[in-house]
Design a binder for this molecule. Structure first.
Ligand code: KG4
Ligand code: ZN
Length: 343
């Protein structure tokens, strides 16, 4: 089974080819250069750049896999959540390919893609499992009883984890995207010099609220005479507190729900402090913690092809009426998706 994956939900134009569950090509054309000077993604510019680049990115992925378009068996595409104009470009391309070739179309929830990035690396995962999905727009604690089943236990009430990283980076003058930059600077700092809040909104809830922590960082930066040492210490303290909360909630969910594994996914899953801490805590519970390789944590189409492949194996496919959905809950059924054969 050869699945072409397409991802255009934000600022990466991406296409990938998955052959029998193995990644044969994974092309990501980043738009970082385009958005960096604005300090964040400009939606309209993102859509236009996707439109210009996507055909070439798809060609590159096919060439990398040594396949012609007619040899593809199915097309999987991110249909939400994300920037609606950006998503529309990928969805339109996927629908055109599916229609012209008569192959099945599979709409994929972007967050499901982040979960399934793990399957590319680790194969089968034991269920039930708890997934911590941490990206630029989401911080979700999700219980999965089995493949394709998502019970969202907690989510970001305000800033998502990646968003907080990006805003702290901006306040420190580190540019965009912020996560890797904050992580780099934090390596030279001590987490116990600058005192910051540890944001546990209601101990019993699995929700996150990082905007207070972010604001405290911004205030500390404004009040301090800055210098490399201060930047390193504040970055380290911010990262420490944010990671502590993420790990505590995900691990508590795994313990309470009797999970047999913890899965990490999303751009913030590239953070090495988060990876080491959560692995250590999972080991304490006696369960494995799976994280995708760094290159598959941030947005890519390999993860979309993987999630699409799992959907296809369960007999799911989307109709050609599939749209682009800015808000799409992980737990909700995907629109225009069913088990029947249709066009
Ligand atoms: O999953 P992703 O590529 O895009 C979304 O779906 O949002 O995640 C991007 C987010 C950005 O906020 C970025 O700053 C953050 O992931 N990120 C990191 C790291 N690498 C990327 N955050 C912390 N540490 C990192 N190493
Ligand atoms: Zn993402």
């Amino acid at each position: 089974m050869r699945v072409l994956g397409i991802e255009t939900s934000c600022d990466e134009t991406a296409a990938a080819v998955l052959v029998d569950g193995r990644l044969r090509a994974n092309v990501v054309a980043s738009q970082i250069d385009l958005h960096a000077r604005f300090g964040g993604v400009v939606p309209e510019l993102a859509s236009r750049r996707h439109l210009e680049r996507l055909p070439f990115v798809i060609d590159d992925a096919l060439a990398g896999a040594g396949l012609a378009l007619r040899e593809v068996d199915a097309v999987a595409v991110t249909c939400g959540p994300g920037l609606v104009g950006a998503l529309t470009v990928g969805v339109a391309a996927a629908k055109a390919i599916a229609f012209a070739s008569g192959r099945p179309l599979i709409g994929v929830n972007h967050l499901e893609g982040h979960v399934y990035a793990n399957m590319l690396e680790h194969g089968e995962i034991p269920f039930p499992t708890v997934a911590l999905i941490v990206s630029g727009a989401h911080s979700d604690v999700v219980f999965m009883a089995e493949h394709g089943s998502y019970e969202v236990l907690g989510r970001a009430r305000d800033d998502a984890a990646g968003e907080a990283f990006d805003k702290v980076a901006r306040a420190l003058g580190l540019g965009y995207p912020g996560g890797p930059a904050v992580e780099r600077v934090a390596r030279d700092g001590r987490p116990d010099v600058v005192s910051l809040p540890l944001p546990f909104p209601a101990e019993t809830s699995y929700d996150f609220s990082f905007s207070g922590l972010k604001t405290a960082v911004v205030r500390a930066i404004a009040a301090a005479s800055d210098g490399p040492e201060f930047s390193a210490n504040v970055a380290a303290a911010f990262q420490e507190n944010l990671v502590r909360v993420l790990v505590a909630k995900a691990v508590r969910a795994a313990e309470e729900r009797g999970a047999r594994a913890i899965l990490l996914g999303g751009g913030v899953a590239a953070n090495s402090l988060l990876r080491t801490r959560i692995e250590a805590e999972a080991a304490r519970l006696g369960i494995p913690c799976f994280a995708p390789p760094i290159s598959l944590c941030t947005d890519n189409a390999g993860m979309i092809a993987a999630a699409g492949w799992f959907r296809l194996r369960r007999g799911l496919r989307s109709s050609l009426r599939l749209g682009a959905y800015a808000d799409l809950d992980l737990g909700a059924e995907l629109p225009e998706t069913g088990r029947t054969e249709q066009t």
